[in-house]
Write a protein that binds this ligand. Structure first.
Ligand SMILES: C[S@@+](CC[C@H](N)C(=O)[O-])C[C@H]1O[C@@H](n2cnc3c(N)ncnc32)[C@H](O)[C@@H]1O
Length: 309
């Protein structure tokens, strides 16, 4: 596992555009920092998605119909799924996330509150293909909130949707939240909050990488840099070197790798794609989803969709 991660990071950090995948944001500290981000004034997605889900609770329940299993993709603290329990009344709740310890604590807490629901926590990487053979015949809802889909490049998002559409097997569907294109100032503020929580979240990825593969990044040598790239319709987050630095990545049998970054050099840590409603619905259709319901807020800042195959 450690060797695979080392190879993945060595390859991404030495590419023409050095990068660290956003999945490395989420260790225990990263998950907690994300929870704080969701409370910030500037960060509209979480409260807007919650507003939509509350305002259209009845319509969502009617569109979904019967639900045996709620599969929460990138569950985090599981708070959003728990608000759906009353609406959808699932027998089983399956929570998936890369942040293992954080997820296990969240699911254990939730199980105490909802003893009647059979719950399980699964530490998985959602960027790899998924299969759910044991729930093929059940009515299932794949729940993917928080605009996490925006972290995938558009082509990867298409593959992800095709994978999920196949996994639906005509029984159940996908309930998904996605951030919409809007004015650039609102977007930039959401990723550059005045308390610097998003900056700490971004910098923490370096500490997580150190912990996972034994590298020696020093967060104080880097700064947070985020902006909306209009032509690509995405927020980009980067870490910018404040001075010349040399990083050691431990390799096989003591063969360490040295990587140099000059002052001002960037490591790309996240894309968060923003979609128009029409484009997003078209992507779901192309992946094989047919019956697509959409709900949005009065400002059209965020979109929630339920799609069946
Ligand atoms: C933007 S947060 C959303 C959390 C929660 N679902 C919400 O809407 O508030 C993204 C979540 O996905 C998880 N995550 C990110 N990349 C992942 C990956 N490659 N595989 C599995 N989980 C991942 C993170 O740990 C985090 O909990």
């Amino acid at each position: 596992m450690k060797n695979t991660l080392s190879e993945e990071l060595l390859s991404s950090l030495t590419a023409d555009t050095p990068s660290i995948s956003p999945k490395f944001f989420y260790d225990d500290i990263g998950s907690r920092l994300f929870d704080v981000i969701t409370l910030l004034n500037e960060y509209y997605p979480t409260r807007t998605e919650k507003w939509i889900m509350d305002a259209y609770q009845g319509d969502i329940a009617a569109a979904v119909g019967h639900c045996d299993v709620l599969v929460d993709l990138g569950a985090g603290n599981c708070a959003k799924a728990s608000r759906l329990f009353e609406t959808l009344n699932p027998r089983q709740y399956r929570a998936l996330d890369i942040s293992k310890e954080y997820l296990e604590v969240a699911v254990a807490d939730l199980q105490k509150q909802f003893p009647q629901i059979e719950m399980s926590a699964h530490a998985v990487d959602l960027s790899l293909p998924m299969a759910f053979p044991d729930i093929q015949e059940l009515d299932k809802v794949f729940f993917y909130p928080g605009s996490s889909i925006g972290n995938f490049d558009p082509e990867q998002a298409d593959e992800f949707f095709v994978n999920l559409a196949n996994e639906c097997h005509g029984k159940g569907g996908l309930l998904i939240g996605v951030d919409l294109v809007k004015d650039v100032e609102t977007l930039n503020l959401a990723y550059n909050d005045s308390l610097g929580v998003t900056a700490a979240f971004n910098l923490n990825t370096l500490l997580n990488v150190n912990r996972l593969i034994g590298s020696n990044f020093q967060p104080q040598d880097w700064e947070h840099y985020a902006f909306f790239n209009t032509s690509q319709s995405r927020i980009e987050m980067h870490l910018r070197a404040l001075k010349d630095v040399q990083i050691t990545l431990p390799g096989h049998k003591g063969h360490d790798h040295l990587i140099s970054f000059g002052a001002g050099n960037l490591i790309h840590t996240e894309n968060s794609y923003k979609y128009t409603q029409d484009h997003f619905v078209e992507k779901l259709r192309c992946a094989g989803f047919k019956d697509i319901h959409c709900w949005t807020d009065p400002n059209k800042h965020f979109l929630v969709c339920f799609a069946k195959t």
